[in-house]
Design a protein around this ligand. Structure first.
Ligand code: PMP
Ligand code: GLU
Length: 391
């Protein structure tokens, strides 16, 4: 008997798969430098863990409202007001099981079969697959390395068609670290408003901006706010990847639909995780700033070291915790593409990176610097040796 055609076209997430592969090798005693992990290496702050333990002790272990506890939705509304210049009632916010789940819900609510969603490349692996799961089509718009991989409104505009339902934005970006500035966001907002297109703005790396500022596109005026769904979550801000908390905020009709959909699929995200995230939002922000300062130092280190590893070249990204170095000059002598480069690097130098092709960015690899400075030094030393042996 044949299985689902739609799901048979979806492969496992390459970022998650490669991270597990590197972890399995380490568990078997292989000394691997793992640059694939898309999660902060810091521990979840203690006051957040304590709130979760208190939730368990006090018996807060039952279903909550399907779109999330009202108290938590209000705390997110407050965060959006204070930090992002966005005014939403809690009823226009839905809390889900991670930002990935929130994005899935949003695409399900927006898209009909045949619709198009514009996705800037290089892009995070799950966007295209989630759009395909709606029987819709991801339409890619390229960005350029010489422009810091920042999306240009004029390039985006060329991809708009009568079928365009939404534009996906991810600033700061995974995998390039690009941050879209206010001026460009204003132009993008005008394109969305003029053409009646939704914007899905994935702002999960909002705190990790090292140059410039983070701007929520929905804050740029009432018209764009009415057609934007802002997605964010606990994973990167508070080093809470395993707790599975994400959320979306947007127009009332879209969010109502998402709430209904979630009530039939996952129900609420874990009650204990919700309490933990509530404590995070109501607590001090110093852990966020500490992590950002540390990531900035690591970024500076890794960019300097990678540019010494000739013929690799690496631009300095403005945000997130990834670099996306250009390895095209290394694609010689039996190494055809970023996939075979990454495979050889793992086999011969025991350094795990994600091939750029997974993100629609052939000729590059993604390196996560969510690891210690010692790990960065060790990994780049190995890459330098690997390249020397091949030259
Ligand atoms: N968006 C981007 C760009 C990401 O890198 C991630 C990390 N996997 C997510 C969304 C989702 O993260 P999570 O589901 O852990 O909230
Ligand atoms: N965001 C991370 C990454 O890109 C986590 C893995 C995933 O969810 O794909 O590696």
């Amino acid at each position: 008997m044949s299985l689902s055609k739609k799901l048979s076209e979806i492969a496992a997430s390459p970022t998650l798969a490669l991270n597990s592969k590197a972890k399995d090798l380490s568990a078997k005693g292989v000394d691997v430098v793992n640059f694939t992990a898309g999660e902060p290496d810091f521990d979840t702050p203690d006051f957040i863990k304590e709130a979760a333990m208190e939730a368990i002790r006090s018996g807060f272990t039952k279903y909550t409202a399907a779109p999330g506890m009202p108290e938590l939705r209000e705390a997110i509304a407050k965060k959006l007001r204070h930090e992002n210049g966005l005014d939403y009632p809690g009823s226009q916010i839905v809390v889900s099981c991670g930002g990935k789940h929130s994005l899935y819900n949003v695409f399900q609510a927006l898209c009909n079969p045949g619709d198009e969603v514009i996705v800037p490349t290089p892009f995070w692996v799950s966007y295209s697959e989630q759009v395909k799961l709606c029987s819709s089509k991801p339409v890619f718009v390229g960005t350029r390395e010489e422009n810091g991989f920042r999306l240009l409104a004029e390039d985006l505009e060329k991809r708009v068609s009568s079928k365009t339902k939404a534009i996906l934005l991810n600033s700061p970006c995974n995998p390039t670290g690009a941050v879209i500035d206010r001026k460009e966001l204003k132009k993008i907002a005008s394109i969305a408003v003029e053409n009646g297109i939704y914007v899905v703005s994935d702002e999960i790396y909002e705190y990790l901006v090292y140059e410039g500022e983070h701007v929520s596109i929905a804050s740029l005026g009432d018209e764009i706010r009415e057609r934007t769904i802002t997605v964010n979550g606990a994973s990167k801000a508070y080093s809470m990847t395993g707790w599975r908390i994400g959320w979306a905020a947007g127009p009332a009709d879209v969010m109502k639909m998402i709430g209904n959909f979630q009530s039939h699929t996952t129900s609420n995200p874990a009650s204990i995780s919700q309490k933990a995230y509530l404590a995070a939002l109501n607590g001090p922000r110093d852990s966020i700033h500490r992590m950002r300062d540390e990531f900035r130092k690591r970024r500076d280190l890794i960019v300097t070291r990678l540019n010494e590893a000739r013929p690799i070249s690496c631009i300095k990204p403005h945000g997130s915790f990834y670099v996306f170095p250009n390895v095209s000059a290394c694609l010689t002598g039996g190494i055809r593409d970023s996939m075979s480069f990454s495979r050889k690097l793992l086999e011969e130098a025991r350094v795990a990176v994600v091939p750029g092709s997974a993100f629609g960015g052939e000729g590059h690899v993604r390196i996560s610097y969510a690891c210690s400075k010692e790990t960065i030094e060790k990994g780049i030393d190995r890459i330098v040796d690997f390249l020397k042996k091949r030259s």
